[in-house]
Ligand binder design. Structure first.
Ligand code: SIN
Length: 312
């Protein structure tokens, strides 16, 4: 009997696939659709303290090999998502869901996390250190000093399960430096990767999204090799208590299989979910199970992290 069940932070999920923050997660209705699909759980749109309109439209475009977006963190504000999660804790006590959040400043991040800490929320929190799309706000996790300061301050008061969403890194030295910081803290997971920031997609003679003159985060097929490299680099470097969530370029069961082979304990689907809708979860799960059956694997543990190298 093949199972794609998994655990993150000690919570059990009956499937290792879920949405990536930003797709199908802005409203309660969208979240409920993911919850009631074949996905194992959901993550909310990254919440800021207050409602945000985000960047002007058009700000998300599906393209043949993926997507480009510059959403600018539109969201309904922390209370909207937290209230829904607290409701679900009552109505579905056996399931665990993820709350994504970040402040527009380190101070706001602390205000939000303190609210979550003081609440009855029993789920998992994902701190988004990687949004590339808010004009004037750099991707936090590219600044190691700021990242370390935030983490050291956060863990002084935040005692609930917490992980971080990371941007892709592209240099071995950066993997080493980032892992050295993350290993100092009781993080439950790192999520690799957010979109590859600030790409340009051109049709005829024009960009395809309005914000930032067309610069936006790239997702989909373009980014799978980078996503896999980040998943595996952190799997090799992080202490075993810090799990990896793999995100980026998951179109098929084979893509999910590769993320797990690189070390992922959970796999998120973004661009494909946007293109195909929640039926994608059923299809990708069936494809992943077929691969596992063919290889004689019964659970994710049978192949997680067991990427083979060419020796000699
Ligand atoms: C956005 O809202 O701009 C996308 C979210 C992200 O990349 O973190």
């Amino acid at each position: 009997m093949v199972s794609t069940s998994t655990q993150i932070a000690g919570f059990l999920f009956d499937n290792c696939l879920m949405n990536a923050a930003g797709v199908a997660c802005m409203t309660k209705e969208e979240l409920a659709e993911v919850k009631d699909s074949a996905a194992g759980t959901f993550v909310t749109k990254t919440a800021t303290l207050e409602f945000r309109q985000g960047n002007p439209e058009p700000r998300y475009q599906d393209v043949p090999l993926g997507s480009i977006n510059s959403m600018g963190l539109p969201n309904n504000g922390l209370d909207y998502y937290l209230d829904y999660l607290l409701e679900l804790q009552e109505s579905e006590p056996n399931r665990t869901f993820f709350l994504s959040l970040v402040g527009m400043s380190p101070e706001e991040t602390h205000t939000i996390l303190k609210k979550v800490q003081a609440s009855d929320f029993k789920g998992i929190t994902e701190l988004n250190l990687s949004c590339p799309n808010v004009p004037g706000k750099p991707q936090i996790a590219y600044d190691f000093e700021t990242t370390e300061k935030i983490l050291s301050e956060v863990f002084a008061y935040f005692k609930k399960p917490l992980g971080i969403k990371l941007p892709p890194y592209f240099d071995i030295v950066h993997f080493d430096q980032a892992a050295e910081i993350f290993n100092k803290y009781p993080l439950k997971f790192v999520n690799c990767v957010n979109s590859i920031g600030n790409g340009l997609y051109i049709e005829d003679e024009s960009v395809v999204i309005r914000p930032k003159n067309g610069f936006g985060g790239i997702g989909g097929q373009y980014i799978k090799p980078t996503a896999l490299a980040n998943v595996h680099a952190f799997y090799q470097r992080l202490k075993p208590e810090i799990q990896i969530i793999g995100t980026g370029g998951v179109l098929t069961g084979r893509d999910a299989f590769e993320h797990i082979l690189c070390g992922a304990s959970m796999v998120q689907v973004g661009t494909t979910l946007h293109k195909e809708g929640v039926v994608a979860f059923e299809r990708i799960t069936a494809e992943l199970k077929t691969i596992m059956e063919e290889k004689g694997y019964e659970s994710l543990e049978d192949f997680r992290g067991k990427l083979k190298y060419i020796e000699g």
